[in-house]
Design a protein around this ligand. Structure first.
Ligand SMILES: [Zn+2]
Ligand SMILES: [Zn+2]
Ligand SMILES: [Zn+2]
Ligand SMILES: [Zn+2]
Length: 505
């Protein structure tokens, strides 16, 4: 373990431009692993714990058709003539072409002589973030070496492949070692336009190393979350829950809704450690049953969950009838369900997918299972763009129902704030508001209807009275006629206005 004190000194230098005068954190010995970031005072949910800036940042250049972004300001460029005219093999905008950063990148890559400097090559563009480590100060490079690196067999591949794209790639062992180490550190602690770092619904399209964040340890129920400031790419790390003084600040390196086995394998293979957090030690994942499957015994309604064994292929136990199943047996059920739901997700009809999730999938896979949760997340994402072939009512109901379902899963897991939760709660609030408005409108229409019906009744009653009065009059007249002829007219029966008609007026 690298001494926390040295890490702190180097981080202080890195953060000097914007470090808080009274930071709420320090680098200390961790209960989770090695060293970590510890809260020095109690933090309220939502409070900013620290800011970090990228020590290294560059284009991820994962897709061959999206290489037209500036290697300095990272903005997308018009499709033509975006390559540097000096022959460094990097895309750069006309403004950044004159900046110090590009001068340094340009000199480095020109000296290596790219084979085809006018053609945007993802291998060269991707390497830039790594190669920039060469021109960092000694302290900055020491900071890279301070961070955890998974030095597995694959970490040298990137630089080896990049070497083929230049005529004079350096052979100096020290330079190669710096780049290989940087690749390993980036892979262990960095961002790389991947979604595996988080399930937090935010896009970060670059390859970058945030060194202080790199010291933050993992927990499958993290107590902190991060966002990025758009213009500066500054990272803000906030408390997801109240954090008492002395507690370690944690983040998650995995998807939040991956099950125990998937998270275990990912952390082991990609990050090189085994997580021992409370969620990983609980086969039910705190009652959220993200891996849960139905019992193979059709007479049993219990859920089956994998044993906590640390093995990649653990046995599974039914919580109801206690029947044991092998991993292979349970994977058959999981694969079947995943295949069925993904087929619907890949078909072009969103309505079909929603109906399948609402009416069918529950019969063969518990709704807590990650494949269902993931499918609901993707439905919500698609609904954000448009409602496709769903009716407005179905779209609204689905937004309401799925954002409720997913926040419930988060609650069960004990997850605090995150960008995802904020988005879901906002969606929920909007849908509930819409629903309340609709109900209010329906209620108003109903009351209007009732008023009209009452008015109709009154009118009918008035008319009836009117008719009765008229009938009386006619009768009286007949009688009067009879009386006149008999000479006995009664002045007491003189006509008065019909009462009901008067009321109505
Ligand atoms: Zn630029
Ligand atoms: Zn250049
Ligand atoms: Zn864990
Ligand atoms: Zn059972």
């Amino acid at each position: 373990m690298i001494c926390p004190k040295r890490t702190s000194e180097l981080l202080d230098l890195h953060l000097a431009p914007f470090k808080d005068k009274d930071p709420a954190w320090e680098v200390g010995v961790s209960k989770i692993a090695g060293r970590g970031v510890v809260a020095t005072r109690s933090l309220k949910r939502g409070e900013i714990i620290f800011r970090d800036s990228p020590l290294l940042i560059g284009l991820a250049a994962h897709e061959e058709d999206a290489l037209n972004a500036c290697s300095v300001c990272l903005k997308m460029l018009p499709d033509t003539r975006f390559m540097c005219r000096q022959g460094c093999g990097l895309p750069v905008c006309s403004l950044c072409a004159k900046k110090k950063q590009h001068k340094s990148d340009c000199d480095l890559f020109k000296s290596w002589a790219p084979n085809e400097p006018d053609v945007a090559n993802s291998v060269i563009i991707r390497l830039l973030c790594v190669a920039r480590a060469i021109n960092l100060s000694k302290e900055q490079r020491d900071l890279i070496y301070c961070l955890q690196a998974n030095l597995d067999n694959n970490h040298r591949t990137e630089v080896r492949n990049a070497a083929k794209c230049f005529k004079h790639f350096p052979t100096d062992k020290k330079l190669i070692e710096i780049m290989n180490r940087t690749v390993a550190v980036l892979r262990t602690n960095g961002f790389d336009k991947t979604t595996d770092r988080t399930n937090d619904n935010q896009e970060f399209n670059y390859r970058a190393l945030y060194p202080l964040f790199g010291v933050v340890n993992h927990d499958c129920i993290p107590n902190a979350y991060y966002t990025f400031e758009d213009k500066t790419n500054t990272m803000l790390v906030r408390a997801a829950v109240d954090i008492p003084a002395g507690f370690e600040v944690t983040t998650t390196y995995t998807k939040l809704f991956a099950g125990n086995i998937a998270r275990h394998l990912f952390l082991k293979m990609k990050k090189g450690f085994t997580c021992k957090c409370p969620r990983c030690s609980d086969p039910t994942e705190k009652g959220a049953f993200i891996s849960g499957l139905y019992c193979r015994d059709t007479n049993c309604t219990g859920l089956v969950v994998p044993e906590i064994s640390g093995l990649p292929h653990p046995n599974w136990n039914c919580l109801e009838c206690k029947q044991k199943s092998t991993h292979a047996q349970m994977m058959k059920s999981q694969d079947f369900a995943s295949g069925a739901i993904n087929a619907k997700a890949n078909s072009n009809s969103l309505r079909t997918l929603v109906q399948y999730l609402n009416e069918k999938s529950d019969s063969f896979i518990p709704s807590s299972n990650y494949v269902v949760v993931d499918a609901k997340m993707s439905v919500l994402q698609r609904l954000q763009v448009g409602r496709e072939d769903c009716s407005e009512e179905l779209a609204n109901n689905t937004r309401l129902r799925y954002s409720r379902d997913i926040t419930q899963v988060m609650d069960k897991l004990g997850l605090g704030d995150s960008l995802l939760r904020t988005q879901l709660e906002e969606l929920l609030r909007r849908e509930e508001e819409r629903r309340a408005k609709r109900l209010a409108a329906e209620e108003a229409a109903k009351q209007q209807q009732q008023k009209l019906a009452e008015a109709d009744k009154l009118l009918e009653a008035a008319l009836a009275k009117d008719q009765a009065y008229q009938a009386d009059q006619d009768q009286d007249q007949d009688q009067a006629q009879v009386g006149t002829s008999a000479g006995t007219a009664d002045p007491g029966t003189a006509p008065a206005p019909p009462p009901a008609a008067a009321e109505l007026a």
